[in-house]
Design a binder for this molecule. Structure first.
Ligand SMILES: Nc1ncnc2c1ncn2[C@@H]1O[C@H](COP(=O)(O)OP(=O)(O)OP(=O)(O)O)[C@@H](O)[C@H]1O
Ligand SMILES: O=c1ccn([C@@H]2O[C@H](COP(=O)(O)O)[C@@H](O)[C@H]2O)c(=O)[nH]1
Length: 238
């Protein structure tokens, strides 16, 4: 079995995936399964930082679409990511690996506030880092937060664990004829306007030469498989 290809990675974890079969919120069974995979990867010696999404709780654009205030909606979305992060920390901790939540928005009663130096100290202490609150700014997404933190933390790769098993010629949930790419460049993703990740995140990854690997977080063992260069995924690099 090959060991991990990477020394330090940023896992972008889909908020929507944490719902499992529910229509809203967090399914503890899903959180526990993903936590076990993170712990397995950590035991391979990979340094792991996680950015959690919030699509299972709140999206600012949905609030705006119903006539609400987009900025308030975005802050609600960021708070949702804090809830997901706390649930994941608790699950990883229970498996015997220390984990810490670092939020872009200060909520000192619940978690630490993100600083790059503080986060590096936690890596040196062999912890799993869980970044919450996205970038801390409205009008962004947790994908952009993931690209930002991957650059700040010097990660070798950004692994996007999402609803689909790679990047397709079109959204596979809407177009059943869409076909999956094995490999693309960041520039191709932007030029073809492939919407698996927002353009700001792809551009930031491109400018910092960070490969992005898109895989399905619904497949058991997929995170560790990707770390070992196996399984179904799309690599965005070059
Ligand atoms: N060309 C494409 N290839 C693959 N997926 C695509 C493409 N275009 C759109 N998508 C959609 O993008 C989605 C993933 O992006 P998105 O960031 O919205 O969700 P997520 O990863 O589940 O995160 P969250 O729930 O935290 O917002 C996929 O579920 C897929 O339906
Ligand atoms: O930097 C950020 C990150 C997120 N938001 C808001 O949170 C929700 C949930 O994040 P997802 O990336 O969709 O999972 C997002 O829709 C935004 O409303 C933000 O404002 N800034």
């Amino acid at each position: 079995m090959p060991e991990a290809l990477y020394r330090r990675v940023l896992l972008k974890l889909s908020g929507e995936a944490l719902m499992g079969d529910r229509t809203f919120g967090i399914d503890p069974k899903v959180v526990n399964r993903i936590a076990a995979e993170i712990v397995e990867a950590h035991r391979l010696g990979v340094e792991i930082a996680v950015v959690v999404g919030g699509g299972n709780i709140f999206r600012g654009v949905s609030v705006a679409a119903e006539g609400g205030d987009r900025t308030t909606g975005d802050y609600l979305g960021m708070l949702g990511t804090v809830m997901n992060a706390l649930a994941l920390r608790s699950a990883v901790d229970r498996l015997g690996v220390p984990a810490v939540v670092l939020s872009a928005i200060a909520i000192p009663a619940l978690c630490e506030t993100f600083t790059q130096r503080g986060a590096m100290t936690h890596f040196a202490e062999n912890k799993v880092l869980i970044f919450a609150g996205g970038t801390g700014n409205p009008f962004f997404t947790t994908d952009s937060g993931a690209a930002l933190r991957a650059a700040e933390m010097g990660c070798d790769a950004l692994l996007k664990g999402t609803q689909v098993d790679g990047v397709y010629t079109a959204d596979p949930k809407k177009d059943p004829t869409a076909t999956r790419y094995e490999q693309l460049t960041h520039q191709e993703v932007l030029a073809k306007n492939l919407q698996v990740m927002d353009a700001a995140a792809i551009a930031l990854a491109r400018d910092n030469r960070i490969p992005v690997i898109v895989f399905s977080v619904h497949e058991s063992g997929s995170f560790v498989d990707v770390l070992r260069g196996r399984g179904r995924s799309t690599t965005i690099a070059g």
